[in-house]
Unconditional design. Structure first.
Length: 84
């Protein structure tokens, strides 16, 4: 069996200064059916100050999902007016 056959090629599509923003983006992608990962999540949870030293919390997706993921994250979110 080829050892690389089961491995997924992941790319970092965005970095976040804090875990909350990273988790929101992850949830947005997951709700769109895109599998994604925060490989730094546990480290930042335990040592919250480490986020700056590792250049933020990385959001990773499979390489074939990168373009769609960025398009989803780059969409502007409409803000409801007070009249609505």
């Amino acid at each position: 069996m080829d050892s690389e056959k089961g491995l997924r090629k992941l790319v970092t599509i965005r970095r976040f200064a804090n875990l909350l923003d990273a988790s929101l983006a992850k949830g947005l992608l997951q709700s769109s059916g895109i599998e994604c990962f925060l490989p730094d999540e546990n480290m930042v949870r335990v040592h919250w100050g480490v986020s700056n030293s590792i250049s933020g919390v990385r959001l990773q997706v499979k390489i074939e999902d990168a373009e769609e993921s960025l398009a989803i994250l780059n969409q502007s979110i409409p803000i409801a007016s007070e009249d609505e």
